[in-house]
Each structure stands twice: as structure tokens, then as C-alpha cells.
Design a protein around this ligand. Structure first.
Ligand code: PLP
Length: 370
């Protein structure tokens, strides 16, 4: 797969392909482990959960890869487990972008972390803003202009559904970009929120577009933000390259045990049922906010709403006094005067809506658009 390997840094290709590597023997099959300098005693005060905390966890647990293949509807050899999406983005930049020479591209307004790994690696960052005048669609021409002017462009980061604007990129746009950039750059789509969109994930198009990489996480769809489990879904060639530099054991014994319980068939059904509940609430919250004077609710394909409103800072403080945290987005370039509100339970949303209503009722006349 030359279109992929020639994109990677030569130093990385020279490294032995270590991960995902052969599965280590599961603990239960080994009687005496004297090979890894582990401490044979359980940690103080004893493992109440009965997990082998004194033993190293499996690098890429095989049973989890099987379950994730089911969760994300993709063959297992396309998966690499990482410590959340944050680590996945960092690994992709380090594997494909040479410091001081190559570059990445992001489309603001977008979740800030996409740029951090590039800065750490001394990789230039191009910004091609989403089209604020057109529902925050991708500016395809703008992205291709950058590609033509900078041969060092190696990774285009997309976020779809996008955080904080909430909208899904048009599938045809993403795939057209992949075709244009084949052999030149990877298109990395952060699909943290895709299950809230009703659209099938982009990962099913990897066959036709081997430079497409999809990032998934258990944080938002499986209620596991506290465990930090991300999954790279990509062509096996990309998985092999990134697998060379992923830390040997991204997941702890505790995380593996927790996640194993959460991705059983019953666990997947539970997650989907919660997603359906949140979608119903998204609809209700959206309708209620839209009916308030001076608000502009941006259509959302995710579990949050970007809401244009006057004096977003004051609203955020008012919420805070009521014990509710929302995110003031007025400092995010391109987001305008707006706040981002996560969809909570029915009661949480009602409490939030009451404070919001008070803000719009007593506020001045100036509502700004997103
Ligand atoms: C919340 C969020 C993440 C976080 O992913 P982790 O797996 O928890 O690191 C990634 N991308 C976007 C766009 C998010 O909003």
C-alpha cells in the first residue's frame, strides 16, 4: 500500500513493527509469571475488585478488539486501541509529520486539541475555517488550495459531527477530499459523536479510501469518559504504522475490566437506548430554546447544542450561580456570541432551560447570530 507508506516518516518505517503485536497470554493461562519483573503480591490494601493489579495488562486486549469490531461495525484488523482520541491524534501527527517540515490542517471553529499535538511536534498548522455563512460546511476549495501550495501537508483533521458547532460534514465532501489527497495526505475524521447523528460512520468507506482514518471513543457514546479509551479505525497499513509507536499498554487492568463489562451485547444495547433518550431530549431542548427570544440554535448532529445568545458570559455566570456548568464559546474564533450546552437528563435540562429563559427575559435587545 504505497499510497500510505510513503506518507509516513522514514524513521518510523525503520522501526520494528512492535504493536499491536502478538497477544500476550491471558493471566488465567499462566501459572507462574517470572518474566516481567512484576511484584507477586497484590498492592495494599489488597485488590477489592480481585483484578491482577500487580500484573501488566495485555497491550491490545484481543477480546476487546473483538467487541469494538462489533461496536463500531468494522473488521478487527482495522482497529488500534489508544488512550482516548487525544492520544490517537498525537500518534498520527508523530508518525506522519516530520518536525519543521510537514504540516497539518484544521477547520475552526473546532475542538482545541487537534492543534496541540502539531505544536508539540513543531509541525505547522494551516487553518481553513468552516463556512460560517453556510451552516459550517467544509471549505473544500480552501483545503485543496493549501494542499496545492504546501506539499508538506500530511494530515487533514476533520471533526464530524463538529465540536462545538454540532453539524456533520457532508459525506460526499469528505470522500472527495480523500480521493484528491490519496497518496499525498491522510484525512483524519474525529467521529466522537457520530452515533448521535443518525448517519453511518465514515469507517465503512475505508475500503475505497485507504487514506481515510476515523477516530472513535467510548467517552461520549458509552458513558466512559472517565476511562479514556479511544479507537483508531483505519486501513491495516495505517494501523501497522501507528502501532509501532503506540505506548505498549494504553489501558490499565481496571479500565480493561470496566470496558469489558460495558461493551457486551447488553452494554451496547444500553448505550444505544441512552443515545435515543438523549436525542429525544435534544429535540425538546432545541425546540424550547428556539422559542425563546433572541436565541439562535444551530442544528446539531451531536449530544450538545451551540446556541447563539446575547451576553454569553453573563449567561454562563448565571448558570454557574444556579449550579449548572455550560461552555461559553464567545472566545472561540468563528463561533460568535454563543454557548455550548450538553444535553443532560430531562430534569437537568429543565433546570438549565429555566435559567436560560430568565436570561433572555431580562436581557437587553441584542441577540447575535452564530
Ligand atoms: C470529547 C471529545 C473528544 C474526547 O475524546 P477522548 O477519547 O475522551 O480523549 C475527542 N474529540 C472531540 C471532538 C470531543 O468533543
Amino acid at each position: 500500500m504505497d499510497e500510505i507508506t510513503r506518507l509516513a516518516r522514514p524513521e518510523i518505517l525503520e522501526m520494528a513493527a512492535s504493536g499491536p503485536g502478538p497477544a500476550v497470554q491471558p493471566e488465567r493461562d499462566v501459572l507462574t509469571r517470572l518474566d516481567a519483573n512484576e511484584n507477586p503480591y497484590p498492592p495494599f490494601p489488597g485488590t477489592v475488585d480481585g483484578l491482577p493489579h500487580n500484573r501488566y495488562p495485555e497491550p491490545q486486549p484481543g477480546h476487546l478488539l473483538d467487541r469494538f469490531a462489533e461496536c463500531f461495525g468494522t473488521p478487527r484488523e482495522r482497529l488500534l486501541i489508544t488512550r482516548g482520541v487525544d492520544e490517537a491524534m498525537d500518534l498520527l501527527v508523530r508518525a506522519f509529520c516530520a518536525a519543521g517540515r510537514d504540516s497539518i490542517l484544521i477547520c475552526p471553529p473546532v475542538f482545541g486539541r487537534h492543534a496541540v499535538s502539531a505544536r508539540v511536534q513543531s509541525v505547522a498548522i494551516h487553518e481553513v475555517p468552516l463556512r460560517g455563512d453556510a451552516g459550517f460546511e467544509l471549505d473544500l476549495d480552501g483545503i485543496l488550495d493549501v494542499h496545492r501550495s504546501d506539499p508538506g501537508l500530511k494530515v487533514v483533521f476533520l471533526c464530524t459531527p463538529n465540536d462545538p458547532t454540532g453539524n456533520l460534514a457532508r459525506r460526499a465532501d469528505v470522500l472527495a477530499l480523500c480521493s484528491e489527497l490519496l497518496g499525498k495526505a491522510l484525512v483524519v475524521a474525529d467521529q466522537t459523536y457520530v452515533e448521535y447523528s443518525g448517519d453511518p460512520p465514515l469507517s465503512r468507506d475505508i475500503d475505497a479510501h485507504p487514506n481515510l482514518v476515523v477516530l472513535r471513543t467510548l467517552s461520549k457514546e458509552y458513558s466512559l469518559a472517565g476511562e479514556q479509551v479511544g479507537v483508531v479505525v483505519a486501513h491495516p497499513e495505517v494501523v501497522g504504522i501507528v502501532g509501532r509507536i503506540v505506548i505498549p499498554r494504553p489501558l490499565t487492568q481496571s479500565t480493561i475490566a470496566t470496558v469489558t463489562a460495558a461493551v457486551t451485547p447488553a452494554g451496547i444495547e444500553y448505550a444505544h437506548a441512552n443515545i435515543r433518550r438523549l436525542l429525544k431530549e435534544r429535540r425538546r431542548v432545541e425546540d424550547t430554546l428556539t422559542a425563546m427570544p433572541g436565541t439562535r440554535v444551530h442544528p446539531s448532529d451531536a449530544n450538545f447544542l451551540l446556541v447563539g445568545v446575547a451576553r454569553p458570559q453573563e449567561l454562563t455566570q448565571r448558570m454557574r450561580r444556579a449550579g449548572i456548568r455550560i461552555l461559553d464559546c464567545s472566545a472561540v474564533p468563528g463561533a460568535g456570541d454563543s454557548v455550548r450546552i450538553s444535553i443532560g437528563t430531562y430534569r437537568q435540562n429543565d433546570a438549565m432551560l429555566a435559567v436560560f429563559e430568565a436570561h433572555t427575559a431580562f436581557g437587553g435587545p441584542t441577540a447575535t447570530s452564530v
